[in-house]
Design a protein around this ligand. Structure first.
Ligand code: CP
Length: 301
């Protein structure tokens, strides 16, 4: 699961439904992946992706191995060779890498499923948890309107791809794009469904939205980097009028989503995070239940 290019809407919906069922009855799955192992390899920091997949494997009766990229021989050798070895010792690999191209090499080398734990282009695991949360809150997916307000990035790509495959209408309000996340093919495919549109009129977009979603304006690896300070300031100036706050949502009944980590009072105001319309922590919790469903879908094929 590197992205959703080869996934049908039905396959995505099946994983979402399984996620909801697992959340209701976790005990029914305690032995589902007994004696199976997952390697989790990270080139970048993580809280949710690491914790959710590790706990998921434990609660499914299996085992997860955390590998910090810098402490492995992936730093010295070919990704292809190291992955070939790794896939002979584990049943699945979940990797958070800097470059999608490297993830493709990994997938080619591996004889077990490879899950994209977020790269510069896609974050498919996040999108599954997001749509699970949408279905949990609204009871359905088709016809729901989700508005993504922020920088067009990896999370935005996967949301567009997943939403348009399962019948969710998605509008993006993205004054800036993270150039490395650009995927014209994905946008073209989304446009062809008639479910995707892009606008800069944020007020009109959020007015009839069921969900308003935002994400960091600066990728995690740059947020605290002094070399990136000027670009960070430029982005803040452009993006501040698009902050998710009470004023923007005055005429909207939308629930508010954020994939976390949050930068309070940048992309979203603190008062909205704490308000009753925020489903951010429920969404983050759902990373666990959906990680289980993803693992089962890939390992029990
Ligand atoms: N949303 C998300 O992927 O969180 P982490 O970066 O903490 O894994």
């Amino acid at each position: 699961m590197l992205n959703f290019k080869n996934w049908t809407g039905k396959q995505i919906v099946d994983v979402i439904n399984r996620s909801l069922e697992i959340k209701q009855n976790p005990q029914n799955y305690w032995k589902e992946l007994e004696a199976r192992s997952l390697a989790m390899i990270f080139q970048k920091t993580s809280t949710r992706t690491r914790v959710s997949f590790e706990v998921a494997m434990t609660e499914l009766g299996g085992h997860a191995i955390f590998l910090d990229w810098r402490a492995t021989n992936f730093t010295l050798a070919d990704i292809y060779d190291e992955t070939k070895y790794l896939s002979r010792n584990v049943d699945c690999i979940m990797a958070r890498l800097m470059r999608h191209e490297d993830l493709k090499v990994m997938a080619k080398a591996s004889r077990v499923p490879v899950i994209n734990g977020c790269d510069e282009k896609y974050h498919p695991c996040q999108a599954i948890a997001d749509l699970m949360t949408v279905k949990e809150v609204k009871g359905n997916l088709e016809g729901v309107k989700l508005v993504y307000v922020g920088v067009h990035n990896n999370v935005c790509n996967s949301l567009i791809e997943a939403c348009t495959k399962v019948g969710v209408r998605i509008t993006t309000v993205t004054p800036l794009i993270n150039e490395p996340s650009k995927d014209d093919e994905l946008i073209k495919a989304a446009e062809e469904t008639g479910l995707y549109e892009n606008t800069l009129d944020v007020r009109a977009a959020v007015k009839d939205a069921d969900f308003v979603y935002t994400d960091t304006w600066v990728d995690m690896e740059f947020f605290l980097d002094p070399k990136y300070a000027k670009e960070k300031e430029r982005r803040m100036n452009i993006m501040m009028p698009y902050q998710i706050n009470a004023k923007l949502l005055r005429e909207s009944n939308a629930y508010v989503m954020h994939d976390m980590p949050i930068h309070r009072d940048y992309e979203i105001s603190a008062e909205i995070i704490e308000s009753p319309r925020s489903i951010i922590y429920q969404q983050a919790e759902n990373r666990l239940h959906s990680a289980k469903a993803i693992l089962i879908a890939l390992l029990k094929k």
